[in-house]
Write a protein that binds this ligand. Structure first.
Ligand SMILES: Nc1ncnc2c1ncn2[C@@H]1O[C@H](COP(=O)(O)OP(=O)(O)OP(=O)(O)O)[C@@H](O)[C@H]1O
Ligand SMILES: [Mg+2]
Length: 352
């Protein structure tokens, strides 16, 4: 009886647990948090983790912490890389959600988006981490499905819809029809690899060591995927590897595009592979309707032009590419029937 009451009164929360960003959606309210997936922790004298900061504040600490403090990104390549820190991150947001909701005492039911290509073990880790963070029931939904719902695609119709979600850690490509994934592919390619590629390029070409945040800044400021769309130049600072002294360097848009070209080509290849594996009737629908782009990585300037040129298909951006997944899992909170159909499986706090 108590269980029934608490179930009826529990708040419903949807989470896009991304490699780069965590977005939280509260039923009846919409998106309530959007923060980088970063946690700053300190080991206390008993070896326990003490969370110092989560989100934006923790991200600003990356590369700037003393030995005793670590700014950790608990998600890598779309999956949990650090279980305990991930649990603390989700716990932090669940508590924040509970503090803005009047029914503070009840554990929330949580829907989480997960990459379509993850293993059973990786799925289990997401569930266990979310349960340990204070959820009473966890549903997992494939991210491309959530992204398609969030982008407003008519996924329940008997017609092919294709979504490409380029995130921080993964690129997910899926063809959906009749509320199901007909074919999907997921590659560990995204914004993080672009940043890492820029770090390596600048190191090799200029003997200059730059941090993750600077690399991301270069990418989002002058990075492009398509020739002719390059912006001017950008001044960056790093450490000269020969002298060990901080140095300023002027980077050109064209060299940044050339450095990123290989990663962009690999992303195009994942899209082409999916198109080749799509059944002909659905492929015909995609020729008419085109491909919808989602995820922060798709915002690399010229990514749409590159895909349009290489596939010959119409390419559109979702209204807000960065929020599609969370809007999709959020929409499922209001549509139980569809949630039950799309949920990979669910688990409650008693482990059943
Ligand atoms: N304007 C931009 N140009 C290029 N890249 C961008 C831009 N804006 C954001 N990004 C990149 O998008 C990535 C984050 O996208 P997103 O929030 O969709 O990822 P995520 O959902 O956390 O990751 P994943 O889905 O892979 O787990 C970061 O690598 C970020 O640098
Ligand atoms: Mg994502």
């Amino acid at each position: 009886m108590l269980n029934l009451i608490s179930n009826a009164l529990a708040v419903d929360v949807a989470i896009d647990l991304g490699t780069a960003n965590i977005l939280v959606y509260l039923a009846g309210k919409g998106i309530v948090f959007c923060e980088p997936s970063v946690v700053a922790v300190q080991d206390d004298f008993r070896g326990n983790l003490k969370v110092l900061a989560v989100g934006e504040e923790a991200k600003s600490m990356i590369g700037r912490t003393p030995d005793t403090i670590h700014a950790i990104r608990p998600m890598r390549d779309g999956v949990i890389a650090n279980f305990d820190v991930n649990t603390e991150m989700i716990r932090y947001f669940i508590r924040k959600v509970q503090s803005i909701h009047s029914l503070v005492k009840f554990r929330p039911n949580v829907v989480v988006g997960v990459p379509s290509g993850i293993t059973q073990v990786e799925k289990r880790a997401v569930k266990d981490s979310t349960m340990a963070a204070g959820a009473r029931l966890v549903h997992l939904v494939e991210e491309p499905v959530a992204a398609a719902i969030g982008a407003g695609l008519p996924i329940s119709e008997a017609s092919g819809n294709m979504i490409v979600d380029i995130g921080g850690g993964t690129t997910e490509v899926a063809v959906l029809s009749l509320a199901g994934v007909v074919y999907s592919d997921s590659a560990r390619l995204g914004g993080d690899i672009m940043d890492e590629t820029l770090i390596q390029y600048i190191k090799k070409r200029y003997n200059l060591l730059i941090g993750e945040r600077t690399a991301e800044y270069v990418k989002t400021t002058i990075g492009t995927a398509y020739p002719g769309e390059e912006q001017s130049t950008l001044e960056i600072k790093g450490r000269d590897l020969l002298t060990g002294i901080p140095k300023t360097l002027c980077l050109g848009g064209e060299e940044v595009r050339e450095a990123l070209a290989d990663v962009c080509d690999q992303i195009v290849q994942v899209v082409k592979n999916t198109l080749e594996a799509t059944p002909p009737e659905l492929a015909a629908d995609i020729v008419d309707k085109g491909i919808v782009l989602a995820g922060g990585g798709s915002l690399l300037k010229g990514m749409d032009t590159l895909l349009r040129e290489r596939t010959g298909l119409p390419i559109f951006y979702a209204e807000d590419p960065r929020t599609c997944v969370v809007l999709g899992v959020g929409a499922l909170l209001e549509n139980r029937q569809l949630l039950n159909r799309l949920s990979l499986s669910s688990l409650n706090s008693s482990g059943r």
